[in-house]
Structure formats: structure tokens, C-alpha cells
Write a protein that binds this ligand. Structure first.
Ligand code: EPZ
Length: 419
């Protein structure tokens, strides 16, 4: 298991290229199962999660190749069963369910396991599949669905915590080949869902309203092969925005899509960070007077839960008191205790973190627990005095392409050690 050793205190400067979005790439790769024809997806970040998704497609019988950021899939004949051994490592594997059901009117996929960021049910996915006419049952740890045919319907996909991102993508992928028209209400508006809808439309689907809470899908007989480039990763961009801000640096984020980062940019500006659009890039400068900011995470276009931990690290070293409330995953605070080991002053009150900015953090060994918490710890290491050792960085390798190389190119003193 690798670890990062970081010597903090360097203001990051220079340019960093933002990779393709992991959370768009995963359902995009799954969507290729909807046709027997060849699909090509460019700009796929080389991550353990994306490699895993390509491997799942191979397990299902598709030819899937992942080379130089391009995934090529030909799913001529596929199995409709993905059991625990095939999908257990990654929750997003469940995204194959919609395409299998859409194409073959049946699917058997293991129920995704527990997750360190809190409960992550799939009831809304199942509700959507049932509304399309499938009989869905859970037996021996498998979600099993069968239908004579899928028939369009009106489906409300909102839950206690709002819309569902992969649930919307999954039901949409099943509905594209259903008979008649499907309307998904309270659909997730995240750019990753829009990207999947755009790819499906290139494949011949007829989806309208992507990016709004109402999706209208006119079912078609079949889809064909298509080529697509994944959108830039807004969460990776926000993480590098934080790296620039927290180190009082000056960083150009190449290819970052500012239009996907409205809520994040707003909070950065409120906290005194300069954020500018510059053609297709963004430039972030952390040289101003920093101020605390209160944040509540929400579905898009609100402040993303996937940036909550990183923003908390920034607030941990910003004078004043900030309140950060988590509304999507109320238990997603594993980073709090580890940040405390570096000297941060953060207390939890239910789903809110009260962050009292401290003058400095001081390096120590810490443990990464999940993807975004790990990113938050690396950010803390960039600003902490002395040496920070972040253990178990395999979490970060699931979602950040070469984060250590990218940070080093900006001047950070970060090394990967094999253990
Ligand atoms: C996606 O997960 C992302 N993953 C997550 O990114 C992200 O944190 C999350 O959306 C929220 O933005 C991928 O895209 C692969 P949800 P997803 O269904 O789709 C509840 C990262 O760090 N819910 O939108 O699984 C759920 O418990 C990750 O990259 C139900 O109640 O999340 C949560 O409270 C982690 N029933 C809320 O809805 C359901 O059937 C939103 O979850 C589904 C979800």
C-alpha cells in the first residue's frame, strides 16, 4: 500500500491539466453495453475505478480495451449476470444494471456493499426499474429484474436527500430502449448525468431536458455505436482550486469547466480567494485576505458533497468560524478526526462541522479513509508545517489521476512511497 510523504509550505504555482470526470466516465462506459456496435470514449481518466469498470464489461463478455485515455467497447454478446465477485470493489458497478435491463429485459447484479461515507441505498434505482415494468426482487444478495418488455412511464426519482445521480443515469439507460415515453421527475441535474444523456443521444437515443429536473425519454428500437469525449472533472478541478488557495498559490486549471463550478467559485470568492475564468481555463489565486464561509452541500447546482472535505481543510486554516453542513451524506466526516491530528479545531454537531480556523497545522502521520477525505488530507499536508505522511493512498488513486505528479509539477514537495 502506497503512502504520500508531504513537506508542506510551498505556494503552488503553474498550470495543471484537469482530467476527464471519473463520475461521468463510469456510467458512460456502462452505457456502451446498450449496443452491439463499437463505442469509443475518449478522455477517460486512468484510475483504478475506470479500469475496474472496463474489466467488468469484459467479465460480462464485451470486448473492452482501455489505452491512452480511450476506452473502446464492442459488446456483441453479453451476459446479464454480474455477481458479488465481479462488482464488489466499486459501488458504481451497479450502473451496468440499467443498460443490461434496457438491452435484454433482464439483469442480475449484486447489491452494492456498504460504504464508509454512510448508507448508500439503491431503492430509487429499483423504483425506477419497476416503474418501467420490470419485476425486481432481491435474492441472495442479488438484485434480479425481469420484464417481458420495458414500457415508458412517469417516474419520480426524488428521495429524502434529493435526487440521485447514478439512479437517474441508471433508469435513463434502461428507459432509452423502452416502448413509449418515460418522464423522470426530480432527475439529477449534475453535469455527469448530462454527459451520459449526450452520449446516449449520439447513440440514437431521444432524451430531452438533460440538466433540468425533468427528463423526457422517447424510447427507440435500438442504439448504435458512437464516439464521445468525457467532460472535465469538476471535483478534481475544485480540489486543485483548494490546493492553490490553501497554499496562497497561483494556479491555472487547464480545461476546468467554470460553468460546472458555480457554487464552489461563489464560496471561494466569499472566502477571499480570487477565481477568474480565462478562456477555456480557470485561474485561482490565494493571495487575498481570507474569510470564513458557511457551506451547505446540496445536489447540483448546489455546493457538491464531493468538495465538502476539501473546503473544510481550507476553512480549517482560515481565520474565523465556518459552519459546514452535509445534507447528502450526513455522516461523511471521516476527515475531521484526522485533520484534528494535524491541529485543526473542528467539532461536529449532527450533520454540521463547526470549523474554527487555526493559524497553522503541523505535519503528522494520518490515515486516508475514502476518496475525498483523502484529498482533504493531502491538501492539509500541503500547508502543514513539517512532514505529513498520508497512509492508504489507494483511496485517492481511485479518483485522482496522478495527483502526486500533478502537485509536484506545481512545486509541491510530495513523494509516493511504496510500503
Ligand atoms: C454519486 O453517487 C457519486 N458517484 C458520488 O461521488 C457523489 O458523492 C454522489 O453522487 C452525490 O453527488 C458517482 O457518480 C459514481 P446519489 P450516487 O444516488 O449516485 C440517497 C465520489 O467521491 N439515495 O446521488 O451513489 C443517497 O444515500 C463519490 O466521487 C437514496 O436514498 O449518489 C444520498 O443521500 C462518492 N436511494 C443521496 O440519495 C437511492 O436509491 C444522493 O445519492 C439512491 C440514493
Amino acid at each position: 500500500m502506497d503512502r504520500f510523504v508531504i513537506n508542506g509550505g510551498v505556494a503552488l504555482k503553474g498550470e495543471v491539466a484537469i482530467s476527464g470526470s471519473k463520475n461521468a466516465a463510469l456510467p458512460l462506459i456502462a452505457a456502451t453495453l446498450l449496443t452491439a456496435e463499437r463505442c469509443v470514449i475518449h478522455g477517460v481518466p486512468n484510475l483504478s475505478d475506470t479500469r475496474y469498470m472496463a474489466a467488468i464489461l469484459q467479465e460480462l463478455g464485451a470486448e473492452a480495451k482501455f489505452e491512452d485515455g480511450t476506452v473502446t467497447v464492442e459488446a456483441k454478446r453479453i451476459k446479464t449476470v454480474a455477481d458479488y465477485d465481479v462488482v464488489r470493489k466499486m459501488r458504481a458497478s451497479f450502473c451496468v444494471f440499467g443498460p443490461l435491463l434496457g438491452r435484454h429485459c433482464k439483469a442480475k447484479v449484486s447489491v452494492p456493499g456498504g460504504c464508509v461515507i454512510g448508507p448508500r441505498p439503491i431503492d430509487m434505482h429499483i423504483k425506477g426499474f419497476r416503474a418501467l415494468g420490470a419485476e425486481v426482487d432481491i435474492q441472495k444478495g442479488l438484485v434480479i429484474a425481469n420484464a417481458k418488455e420495458l414500457v415508458g412511464n412517469t417516474i419520480f426519482l426524488g428521495g429524502r436527500f434529493g435526487s440521485t445521480v447514478t439512479g437517474t443515469a441508471n433508469v435513463m439507460m434502461a428507459a432509452v430502449l423502452a416502448k413509449g415515453t418515460t418522464v423522470i421527475e426530480c432527475a439529477a441535474c449534475e453535469p455527469e448525468v448530462v454527459d451520459v444523456a449526450e452520449f446516449l443521444n449520439k447513440m440514437g437515443a431521444q432524451i430531452h431536458g438533460a440538466g433540468s429536473p425533468t427528463l423526457t425519454i422517447h424510447g427507440v428500437e435500438q442504439l448504435h455505436g458512437a464516439e464521445h469525449t468525457v467532460i472535465a472533472d469538476r471535483i478534481e478541478a475544485a480540489t486543485f482550486m483548494t490546493a492553490a488557495a490553501i497554499t496562497n498559490g497561483d494556479v491555472r486549471l487547464k480545461g476546468a469547466r467554470a460553468e460546472h463550478l458555480g457554487a464552489v467559485i461563489d464560496k471561494f470568492r466569499e472566502s477571499g480567494i480570487r477565481v477568474e475564468r480565462s478562456g477555456p481555463d480557470m485561474v485561482v489565486k490565494g493571495d487575498g485576505v481570507r474569510k470564513p464561509a458557511d457551506v451547505v452541500t446540496m445536489p447540483y447546482p448546489g455546493f457538491p458533497t464531493d468538495v465538502q472535505a476539501q473546503f473544510m481543510t481550507l476553512m480549517a486554516v482560515t481565520p474565523g468560524i465556518s459552519v459546514i453542513t452535509e445534507k447528502i451524506y450526513p455522516e461523511r466526516f471521516m476527515h475531521v478526526a484526522e485533520l484534528g491530528r494535524l491541529g485543526a479545531d473542528i467539532s461536529l454537531e449532527g450533520a454540521s462541522a463547526i470549523v474554527k480556523g487555526v493559524a497553522r497545522l503541523s505535519g503528522a502521520p494520518i490515515m486516508a479513509s475514502d476518496l475525498r477525505a483523502s484529498a482533504a488530507l493531502v491538501l492539509a499536508g500541503l500547508v502543514a508545517q513539517g512532514k505529513t505522511k498520508v497512509n492508504r493512498v489507494y483511496h485517492i488513486d481511485r479518483g485522482y489521476e496522478k495527483i502526486d505528479d500533478k502537485l509536484r509539477a506545481l512545486g509541491a514537495r510530495i513523494e509516493r512511497q511504496k510500503q
